[in-house]
Design a protein around this ligand. Structure first.
Ligand code: NAD
Ligand code: ZN
Length: 344
């Protein structure tokens, strides 16, 4: 089969011929419907040559497909079942894994997700190490649903931890309205309907999309946006700032629009740093950097999608065009999420 693989750091990924993997005991072979192209992969493509991940590996950490083959002893699913793949594979036995937070597995050697150090979904097939990482999709199409497992789950977790701040009269600002940001806007509307949702981006096209996803205000990134958020919040600042970029200018903005007792949540890996001292961000504002989400949260995300409350704007690309999809993502030309569809 063909697989889109990282072969060498700081070199473009390549389409290579590899063996179809075999599921070992307890494992499952998935026929891939869709594998989302996440901006994190672009960060990895620029990672230094001494990055401690074994090469080569197949890209794609946001996957959905159909059960193709169950390894010995794997139960609970039947061949042909449409499934979403939970990405951060932990040990399954530590305290965090036991409550479904395998994104925070306490065994540092264990958590190496498919597509981020092990073979992922940009291939006809991938092996998932356990059925506990499979969420039934029901009537959802794996080619459309793949982004639920990262773009939606990461945004969902980042919003959910702050919903107690988002009652009537509150404001949430989403900086960066790409794949993750568009999901965050919809999740905010679904979980915290009373909050005013403000989208900020450098791209006018993304801001138009953000409005169609439910943003109450859409602002071009910059000083005017800072002032506008201050005006909307009567000088108080936003209760929640979700920074889906994490670069120097966006973190500076996040600090400027933070509110006393608010949350600044850094989701983007844009390489910036947020200076924290007594005066900034605002007093008793909490800063967090969440990574992905839990298995129970992914089940909630699937329920939201099944109810039609969140929907990703998906552009499908065959495996042969995976490289082009990443170029378009790099250039800001993907409207929502690019999804690679190896099996058509
Ligand atoms: P994307 O390319 O789809 O979206 C990024 C958006 O940010 C684009 O719309 C772009 O126009 C906008 N943007 C860029 N610079 C900006 C600026 N200065 N001000 C405002 N907007 C700006 O990317 P994505 O796939 O949604 O990923 C977003 C970030 O989240 C990436 O850094 C990615 O690595 C990270 N990520 C983190 C996690 C996690 O678990 N924390 C999970 C997935 C992705
Ligand atoms: Zn990702």
């Amino acid at each position: 089969m063909k697989a889109f693989q990282f072969v060498e750091w700081q070199k473009p990924a390549e389409l290579r011929e590899v063996e179809v993997p075999e599921p070992g005991p307890g494992q499952v072979l998935i026929k891939i419907g869709g594998a989302g192209a996440c901006h994190s992969d672009l960060h990895i493509m620029e990672a230094p040559a001494d990055t401690p991940l074994p090469l080569p590996f197949t890209l794609g950490h946001e996957n959905a497909g159909w059960v193709e083959e169950l390894g010995a002893g794997a139960t609970g699913f039947a061949v042909g079942d449409p499934v979403l793949v939970y990405g951060p594979w932990g040990c399954g036995t530590c305290g965090n894994c036991r409550v479904g937070m395998e994104n925070y597995c306490q065994d540092p050697g264990q958590n190496k997700p498919g597509g981020l150090g092990r073979d992922g979904g940009m291939a006809d097939y991938m092996v998932v190490p356990s059925t506990r990482f499979l969420i039934p999709l029901g009537t959802l199409d794996p080619r459309e649903a793949a982004p639920l497992s990262d773009a939606a789950l990461t945004s969902y977790h980042a919003v959910k931890r702050s919903t107690h701040l988002l009652g009537p009269g509150s404001t949430a600002v989403v900086i960066g309205a790409g794949g993750l940001g568009q999901m965050a806007i919809q999740v905010l509307k679904a979980l915290s309907a009373a909050a005013t949702v403000v989208a900020v981006d450098t791209s006018p096209a993304k801001l138009e999309t953000a409005k169609t996803m439910g943003a109450d205000e859409a602002l071009v990134s910059g000083d005017d946006a800072v002032q506008r958020v201050k005006d909307i919040t009567r000088g108080q600042g936003a209760n929640l700032v979700l920074d889906m970029v994490g670069a120097k200018p966006t973190l500076e903005m996040a600090a400027q629009i933070s509110r006393v007792l608010g949350h600044v949540t850094i989701v983007g890996l844009g390489g910036g740093a947020l200076p924290v001292n007594f005066h900034s961000p605002a007093k008793e504002c909490s800063v967090a950097s969440p990574y992905w989400g839990s298995i129970p949260e992914l089940m909630e995300v699937v329920s939201l999608a099944q109810a039609g409350k969140i929907r990703m704007l998906v552009e499908q690309f065959p495996l042969e065009r995976a490289g082009e999809a990443y170029h378009l993502l790099h250039d800001g030309e993907i409207k929502g999420r690019a999804v690679i569809t190896p099996n058509g």
